[in-house]
Design a protein. Sequence first.
Length: 206
Amino acid sequence: MSIQLKKRILKSIMTLFPATPSETDFSLREIFHTDKYITGSKAYQDEVKLETAKWRYQYENQLAVPMIEKYFPEFDFKSLRGKVLLDVGCYTGGRSIFYKERYGMSKVIGIDIDKVFSEAAYLFTAKKKQTDVEFHVGFAENLPFADNIFDVIITTDVFEHVQDVQKCMLECKRVLKSTGVLLVAFPQYLQPLEAHLGLVTRVNFL
């Protein structure tokens, strides 16, 4: 059976048992695909954008130990002060701003795959009155940055979703300084629930 045929069969099964993304779950990108968001006013859409960034920011702030520090307990996060950070898979910027406030980087740059994420991130950046923060749209397999410019790259729960993990790793190496550090954590690439298909279908393990 060809891959294309398998895809058509799986899509047909998904549509037989649909699920609807929540209109109040600000933690995932699916909120931008709900009817309420799509048909909402610009003011409402901007409010949702801000809430998605605020949700991630507050989530990190309420943890006794930030997630990235749990993943890398031996890393000296105080060493990040004054450094330039790239946040790969920054979503709507809440975590990026949290990093800047907590670790005191001189500059934070975030990148993710959807323009709406960067729009939300800039709204939140303005609300937090942060400076020296940028957000870009792009893919980790082809980072739109020059060689050897970042002191540290942080990426969490991202590489299980990319097309080519090896290319992403090579791109991270390319844009890091020779003394740079890559902090990357992600579930196994084929972990059955990491596609988040449960948000659009009630059929598990597709």
